[in-house]
Design a protein around this ligand. Structure first.
Ligand code: UD1
Ligand code: CA
Length: 457
């Protein structure tokens, strides 16, 4: 199966410097969705027809399995597909039999629908994906005589009777590659728009006696294109709803399926519950019995079984163990690895650090470039001073250490097993195990001291 993806359109109505097909839907460029679907149906050769801003598109999505054809100027959909044909002619030893035409700005087309279309086409038919719409305005209409498709007429070229037809051309089709190569150079542009219409191949197929068959999408959104930010947002909601339904069908509890955004792949175990307004990016895995509070953002992370993430947490490139309590308002940055039963409380930031089982940092702390053992208690306001302005250094805190509040650990520094660090300490040398280490100015009280009073007059 050859696949041509038309992506040369400029997308003026997006009012953006970003080429239309690079606008993200669920965190992935529109064209990326179409490419993934093409791959899912086992495309052997994929050619993207690009135009305006095309180098950016190519730079963003190029892959070894893609070829690119520049269409400049853009003279219509038929002209666009023609640009891809040399790529397919070069396939040897045997040219792939069929070519599927897709659109870079129609992101939600499903593999199952395309498979139906491909099956309908067999090896010697032209297959059109058509739909019956209440309001067919703007679309090409499928003209049938005695039930058989005879041609497609564009809205702008149609007469009143043709405009009354409700069966529309979605634009997606499958044609025998050899026939397509024969037809495309035959297309003319004598129509209202002065374009080379891909749709005119239908009449050419009929003239040759080739059967023209149709298949239909499951939902209207499958073939809807994105031309504006409004349409982009509408398809985003449709897509997110589909993801939410898939999660719920697999047993995930969603407080509100309309208030979750998955921009990547979210894997959930049993009895996972997700409160409102959470965003999942990249690859996220939630093990059994994980609870995610409201307003959390999780990106590329794994959360162990039984862990509770309280509201307003931000977690990125981190591994969180089982039975942890995280947040509210915790930030786990890249390189964070937490063992079992760890507690990370409000306004605690952890970066590039490992924290072993049963350790706690419950309030207002920065833990960066640290290795923390088991059963360690990190007091409120503790800071690892990991950066000297030029280099980063590590802090090592061994098992069973108690760090008093408002401690600064000036790295590189090690706190030995079982040590206690007194509150307010600025630790610039290693602390020996099992001892109290404290650096603090001696407390003094001044007897008879009087508060200043305001002068009169
Ligand atoms: C096309 C179909 C119409 C169908 C409709 C569905 C034709 C002649 N008409 O009309 O029957 O109902 O889609 O949306 O095919 N493109 C290029 N190069 C070009 C022209 C277009 O790459 O020279 C791409 C565009 O980026 C766009 C797609 O092809 O993604 C469709 O082009 P557009 O001009 O919007 O076609 P329609 O007029 O909508
Ligand atoms: Ca259009």
């Amino acid at each position: 199966m050859n696949v041509v993806i038309l992506a040369a359109g400029q997308g003026k109505r997006m009012h953006s410097d970003l080429p239309k097909v690079l606008h993200p839907l669920a965190g992935k460029p529109l064209l990326g969705h179409v490419l993934d679907t093409a791959r899912a149906i086992g495309a052997t050769k994929i050619c993207v027809v690009y135009g305006h801003g095309g180098e950016k598109v190519r730079g963003a999505l190029d892959a070894p399995d893609l070829t690119w054809a520049l269409q400049e100027p853009q003279l219509g959909t038929g002209h666009a597909v023609l640009q891809a044909m040399p790529q397919f002619a070069a396939v040897s030893p045997a040219p792939t039999l069929q070519t599927l035409v897709l659109y870079g700005d129609v992101p939600l087309i499903r593999a199952a629908t395309l498979q139906r279309l491909i099956d309908a086409a067999g090896s010697g038919s032209l297959a059109l994906l058509t739909a019956h719409l209440e309001n067919p305005q703007g679309y090409g209409r499928i003209v049938r005589v005695d039930g058989a498709v005879t041609r497609i007429v564009e809205e702008k070229d149609a007469d009143d009777a043709e405009r009354a037809i409700r069966e529309i051309n979605t634009g997606i089709l499958v044609a025998p590659t050899a026939a397509l190569a024969r037809w495309l150079p035959m297309l003319g542009n004598r129509n209202v728009q002065g374009e080379y219409y891909l749709t005119d191949i239908v009449a050419l197929a009929v003239a040759e006696g080739m059967p023209v068959v149709t298949a239909h999408p499951d939902g209207p959104w499958e073939t809807e294109g994105v031309n504006s930010k409004l349409q982009l947002a509408a398809l985003e909601r449709v897509h997110q709803r589909t993801i939410a339904e898939r999660l719920m069908e697999a047993g995930v509890t969603l407080a509100d399926p309309a208030r979750i955004d998955v921009r990547g792949e979210l894997k959930c175990g049993r009895d996972v519950a997700i409160d409102v307004n959470c965003v999942f990016e990249g690859r996220v895995e939630l093990a059994d019995n994980v609870l995610i509070g409201a307003n959390c953002v999780l990106k590329n992370c794994r959360i162990g079984s039984g862990t509770r993430i309280a509201p307003f947490c931000h977690i990125e490139d981190a591994v969180v163990g089982a039975d942890n309590i995280i947040g509210p308002y915790a930030r786990l940055r890249p390189g964070t690895e937490l063992g079992t039963g760890v507690h990370i409380g409000n306004f605690v930031e952890v970066k590039n650090s490992t924290i072993a089982d049963s350790s706690k940092a419950n309030h207002l702390a920065y833990i960066g470039d640290a290795t923390i053992g088991r059963r360690v208690n990190v007091g409120a306001g503790t800071i690892t001073c990991n950066y000297d302005g030029a280099n980063k250094h590590r802090t090592v805190i061994e098992d069973d250490v108690f760090i008093g509040s408002d401690t600064q650990l000036v790295a590189p520094v090690t706190v030995g097993r079982g040590a206690t660090i007194g509150a307010g300490t600025t630790l610039s040398k290693d602390a020996p195990p099992d001892q109290l280490t404290v650096s603090r100015a001696k407390q003094a009280s001044i007897p008879g001291w009087k508060r200043p009073v305001k002068k009169k007059g």
